[in-house]
Design a protein around this ligand. Structure first.
Ligand SMILES: *Cc1c(COP(=O)(O)O)cnc(C)c1O
Length: 229
């Protein structure tokens, strides 16, 4: 199957699950080269998502993302903030107040407003980053002080699913958080995007109101971790 065929098949499955709602398909393109990324964009994905800053900058320099919005979806180290702000359209993976503060400071310096999502550690996993759900109100409250960024929604990566359907309760919990926060008024916050669901579970995520899905291997094929180019 070609990338174009994969994207068409995924789009059909998204449409069936979304029942008329609009869902953005983000191509999670880590470890796939600029040519593959361009193929995915030509096939009509809505955005590209990268995990590593270095890889993003290299591929960006090669023009990989021309014609599509660019999202950062990986763990963001504080010393890399300066490379991303103003370069990417959306940082999906903000996981601390300190990072919010640094993104805001950098955006102010550049005279831009940076859109971000707050990553939620919905499985309460020690090894995963993201805000605990109980820490969200404070982070949202303080976002009001950061006028050079805008919190546009939430992102989550649930625990690795042991069985089909196992992620769904986590997606449902995210949906509740998304709705609860959306009902409140926080400055610099608007709950526009709920980003959850990957190759193995994006339909369940959509059924629980995801309107952004991040799909990698189902578009590009399996990643070869043994062999770095
Ligand atoms: C790699 C990755 C994806 C896509 O994973 P697949 O299972 O290949 O679809 C989605 N989100 C994040 C944050 C990722 O790192």
């Amino acid at each position: 199957m070609s990338i174009a065929e994969n994207v068409a098949a995924i789009r059909a499955r998204i449409d069936a699950a979304a029942q008329g709602r609009r869902v953005l398909l983000v191509a999670a393109s880590k470890m796939n080269d600029a040519a593959a990324v361009r193929e995915a964009i030509a096939a009509g994905v809505d955005a590209c998502g990268e995990n590593r800053v270095q890889e993003l900058l290299e591929k960006n320099a090669q023009g990989a993302y021309a014609g599509a919005p660019l999202h950062f979806i990986g763990h963001l180290q504080k010393n890399k903030v300066k490379y991303l702000v103003g370069t990417v359209d959306l940082i999906e993976s903000v996981d601390s107040v300190e990072l919010l503060r640094m993104i805001d400071a950098r955006a102010r310096k550049l005279g831009v407003t940076q859109d971000v999502l707050l990553e939620v550690n919905i499985g309460g996993e020690a090894a995963k980053s993201g805000f605990e759900p109980s820490a969200l109100p404070e982070a949202l409250e303080i976002s009001g002080e950061f006028s050079s960024l805008k919190v546009r929604g939430l992102m989550a990566i649930p625990p690795v699913a042991e069985a089909s359907g196992a992620s769904r309760p986590y997606f449902a919990r995210m949906r509740e958080l998304f709705i609860d926060i959306g009902a409140k008024k926080y400055d610099n916050v608007s709950m526009d995007f709920l980003s959850m669901g990957m190759s193995g579970d994006f339909e369940d995520a959509i059924r629980e109101s995801a309107n952004v899905v991040r799909v990698g291997s189902a578009i590009f094929g399996p990643r070869n971790y043994g062999e770095r180019t």
